[in-house]
Ligand binder design. Structure first.
Ligand SMILES: Cc1cc2nc3c(=O)[nH]c(=O)nc-3n(C[C@H](O)[C@H](O)[C@H](O)COP(=O)(O)OP(=O)(O)OC[C@H]3O[C@@H](n4cnc5c(N)ncnc54)[C@H](O)[C@@H]3O)c2cc1C
Length: 395
């Protein structure tokens, strides 16, 4: 791993100036406030502007395919994170687009991909069901063949962004009698305006908007199938691995070492804000940082954050989500009663950073796979401890 500082060339500095201007123009305080109010993690005007400026396509494509250079990609990732671009729907779209390119029939592929980069086509993930999401392959939403069509019935929980998307990447069961559940799955790219689809909004404790989506006799043509019948697991593997963060970062040091870095950086910013507060003199002339317990708990939080942000691969995902849960509690104790005040509330000394971190932390250990499931994966696949056994031990 190369830890040296990257010196920007004149072209790279020009690119940095360009994207700072772009983001400063389009990602305004109003955009961020609206995003907090809706919980959408998406802003259509910003998204279409990024499409028009060519950033969506350049981010998606490899350097050889006309995309950003390695350094440009890093600058873009850091700058859009710093300016809090509402981003989740582009993230899900990218995951699905790779599968569309690999598995869709040519006419569907061309139709979809031609509008992804302008920002007009967005796609969301329809995996989790009301009865459980950790074991995706236990899928009860059925697709039944009817001539050239399929008829879909079931429901999906937490289909984030569905109300802003044109298609859902839907996992279905097409063989309820299959001996192996991984051989019963077929993937579809279902247009969300198809009759029989109902989208209902849900808000999570951190304010995110996600959805429950019902599918009642939804009839779609076979052209919307991705990959072979009952081979859906093959189509799903790539996007799942990416979402789980089991893809290695490149050795040039220009990638995030794990996913959830955006969340981890927010945690770092929250600690910085608290450190500033406790370093200021109070009305009695004293500083809270001079209390050994405060400096100890703050120092311990900083060390945990540094360690979590430097931990690679799926271990980093666990480290960041766990650190968020613990650091948010430390910060609440250090800041005191005003730590429960949300952003833009008079009296919120850290402008709501601790309050939001506290509400966000549990979610980061759930979406894309729970902390417990990842710990099991690490135990099983990395430490070689064998499959977990949940049944009571027979004596
Ligand atoms: C904000 C948010 C956005 C989301 N967005 C999407 C989305 O866009 N698309 C989508 O399809 N899903 C989405 N999800 C769903 C998410 O992927 C699931 O919540 C997650 O995979 C866990 O599934 P579950 O909630 O059904 O919990 P369950 O699978 O029912 O698990 C319940 C509890 O049992 C534990 N558990 C389950 N299995 C095991 C095991 N093998 N070993 C140990 N413990 C276990 C879990 O850790 C958890 O504590 C989102 C979730 C959230 C909160």
């Amino acid at each position: 791993m190369d830890f040296s500082r990257v010196e920007l060339t004149a072209d790279e500095q020009g690119f940095l100036d360009e994207i700072r201007t772009f983001l400063g123009t389009h990602v305004t305080d109003d955009v961020r406030r609206r995003d907090r109010e809706t919980g959408d993690n998406f802003d259509e005007a910003v998204h279409l502007a990024m499409g028009e400026a060519g950033y969506l396509e350049r981010e998606y494509r490899s350097e050889e395919g006309g995309g950003f250079t390695r350094v440009e990609r890093r600058l873009w990732a850091l700058e859009r994170r710093r300016s809090h671009v509402p981003w989740v729907t582009w993230g899900t779209t990218v995951l699905v687009a790779h599968s569309v390119e690999a598995y869709a029939q040519p006419d569907l592929r061309d139709e979809v991909m031609s509008q992804v980069f302008s920002g007009h086509v967005r796609m969301c993930l329809g995996y989790t069901e009301p009865e459980g999401g950790s074991d995706i392959a236990t899928c009860k939403t059925k697709a039944v063949r009817d001539g050239d069509d399929w008829v879909i019935n079931g429901s999906k929980m937490f289909t984030t962004g569905a109300h802003n998307c044109r298609y859902v990447f839907l996992i279905t069961n097409t063989d309820p009698n299959a001996e192996r559940k991984h051989k019963s799955l077929t993937m579809f790219l279902v247009p969300l305006d198809t009759p029989g689809i109902e989208i209902q909004g849900l808000r999570t404790v951190d304010g995110d908007r996600t959805n429950i989506v019902y599918y009642n006799d939804v009839r779609i043509s076979d052209r919307y199938r991705l990959g072979e019948v009952n081979e859906g697991w093959t189509v799903l593997r790539g996007p799942l691995d990416t979402e789980h963060g089991v893809v290695d970062a490149a050795v040039d040091g220009l990638d995030d070492v794990s996913i959830l870095q955006h969340q981890g950086m927010f945690m770092g910013t929250a600690v910085d804000k608290v450190a500033t507060i406790v370093g200021q003199e109070g009305s009695d002339g004293g500083r809270r940082i001079d209390d050994g317990l405060v400096s100890h708990r703050l120092g311990r939080s900083v060390a945990r954050i540094e360690a979590a942000l430097s931990t690679p691969h799926m271990f980093g995902r666990v480290a960041i989500a766990q650190a968020m849960r613990e650091v948010s509690l430390e910060l609440m104790d250090v800041v005191g009663p005003t730590s429960v005040l949300p952003i833009e509330t008079p009296g919120a000394l850290d402008d709501g950073a601790t309050e939001y971190l506290y509400r966000w932390a549990p979610l980061c250990g759930i979406y894309g796979g729970t902390l417990e499931v990842f710990r099991n994966m690490i135990a099983q696949y990395t430490l070689g401890m064998g499959r977990p056994m949940y049944a009571p031990v027979k004596r």
